[in-house]
Design a binder for this molecule. Structure first.
Ligand SMILES: Cc1cc2nc3c(=O)[nH]c(=O)nc-3n(C[C@H](O)[C@H](O)[C@H](O)COP(=O)(O)OP(=O)(O)OC[C@H]3O[C@@H](n4cnc5c(N)ncnc54)[C@H](O)[C@@H]3O)c2cc1C
Length: 426
């Protein structure tokens, strides 16, 4: 019996893999929510009003060998006897479930820095469908919103609230939006676009205090009091690893340490998703949770799979404006831009990083169509390709879709200008 804790992105895809490839293996998923799968990544669209809550909740595909216990919270794991204790959240009854192998996929919880006033009514975090509903309801009577943190969730939530007609201020402690994935010269285009959408942005300042009696009335930002009637915190997450504390190896921030087979220090327990640190580090994305889930599913059922180094391919979007990145910085970079197509006013800007020998290291791109360019770089980085593989790639072209001299070729060519190339193979 494989027991999976958590039916989020990781749990879903681990169970799906086993259901499809190991039909004789019994799987039991234990999930504390009352509904089956949902897409956290779509919450900003629900808040915006583009889609409803019902659109992001889906049943787990029917499968003979997978049983799902909803509204059951795992409260204890007895690793010696290989038993999970799950509390039925309706009756309070504790049920014991035996496992041969356990796949732990309990995700992460939003984290708010210790700002005075953070517990007032009108301060929200973003993770579940219930959060989306609460934010939407509150926003109906709100006028001014403060969004704290200009990473993907913060930017998408700021845009969603702006689309609902609120006056929105986005505040980021670091110097520009998407500070962990974009360089300043690329982030400036994102800031311009946010302002064009009517979002006020402030960087390099701290939200020091949230004011009000019971409800939010204002916040102190960089020493100045500004009125708000709601606050959305997107200031990061902490791994949900408490159940495994003292039972498997955790790092000093509480992430569960796993090897490239997604195995913890207990040979019968695999861990995946937002709560783990792999030998390659921590990446909290649905895309990485998916690959890790497949690795754990294969290994826990007696197969042989290892996780390769992920390159963190990432995209966020507000409206049809995309912000995408992949990989790392390198010794050499090239930047360029092209129009979306020859007749468009929209622009894609791209920066490509390589080592001096031409090996592709990473890329950043902003504008409509950014993610499809980043995906090309992502696939080529995995193959150890060179920057000229991008510059001279056979990229499909039609004026309704893109420019012939596409941004990806221009940026790669600009990076190549910083290298000495004796012979061209085009
Ligand atoms: C608003 C938002 C937008 C995002 N957008 C993107 C995006 O565009 N692209 C992207 O790649 N990533 C995005 N992410 C990140 C992505 O959603 C996560 O990285 C991914 O869901 C992690 O999967 P997981 O299985 O580790 O955790 P989760 O999907 O959070 O699942 C964990 C599950 O475990 C359950 N659980 C926890 N404890 C227990 C317990 N004790 N007993 C039973 N059940 C338990 C929880 O209820 C939850 O369902 C976004 C996240 C959010 C919140």
């Amino acid at each position: 019996m494989i027991v999976i804790i958590g039916l989020g992105t990781g749990g879903l895809y681990a169970a799906r893999w086993i259901a499809m490839h190991n039909r004789n293996e019994k799987v039991k998923i234990i999930e504390k929510r009352s509904y089956e799968t949902y897409s956290p990544c779509s919450i900003p669209l629900v808040v915006e009003g583009e889609i409803g809550e019902e659109d992001i909740i889906h049943p787990f595909p029917k499968s003979k060998n997978v049983e799902i216990l909803l509204k059951h919270e795992v409260v204890e794991i007895d690793t010696k006897n290989k038993i999970v204790e799950a509390k039925d959240l309706d009756s309070g009854e504790i049920k014991e479930v035996n496992y041969d192998k356990l796949i732990y996929s309990a995700g992460a919880e939003p984290w708010i820095p210790p700002i005075e006033g953070r517990d007032k009514k009108g301060v929200f975090t973003v993770r579940t469908v219930e959060d989306a509903t609460r934010i939407k309801e509150w926003a109906k009577s709100a006028k001014k919103a403060l969004v704290v943190g200009a990473g993907a969730i913060g930017v998408e939530m700021a845009y969603a609230l702006r689309k609902r007609g609120l006056d929105v201020t986005l505040v980021e402690l670091l110097q520009w939006p998407f500070p962990t994935v974009l360089d300043k010269d690329i982030a400036k285009y994102v800031d311009e676009k946010l302002k064009e959408e009517g979002i006020k942005t402030r960087y390099g300042v701290k939200v020091e205090k949230i004011l009000g009696d019971e409800r939010v009335r204002a916040a102190i930002i960089g020493g100045e009091e500004v009125e708000f009637d709601m606050v959305v915190m997107s200031t990061g997450v902490r791994p949900s690893s408490k159940l495994l504390q003292g039972k498997v190896e955790l790092d000093d921030r509480g992430f569960i340490m796993v090897d490239e087979r997604m195995r913890t220090s207990d040979e019968n327990i695999y861990a995946i998703g937002d709560c783990v640190r792999t030998p390659y580090g921590v990446i909290q994305l649905a895309t990485t949770a998916l690959n890790q889930a497949i690795v754990a599913a294969i290994n826990s059922t007696g197969g042989d799979a290892t996780l390769r180094k992920p390159n963190g391919a990432f995209v966020s979007a507000f409206g049809d404006y995309e912000v995408a990145s992949v990989g790392e910085r390198g010794e050499i970079s090239g930047r360029g831009w092209s129009r979306l197509n020859p007749y468009s006013d929209e622009k894609i800007v791209m920066k490509i990083y390589a080592d001096k020998d031409g090996t592709l290291r990473g890329a950043q791109a902003v504008g409509k169509g950014a993610s499809s360019r980043i995906d090309i770089v992502s696939a080529l980085i995995r193959r150890g390709s060179k920057v000229w593989d991008l510059a001279f790639m056979e990229k499909s072209y039609c004026p309704a879709v893109c420019e012939l001299y596409d941004v990806i070729k221009i940026a790669a060519e600009n990076a190549m200008r910083r290298m000495k190339i004796e012979k061209y193979e085009i």
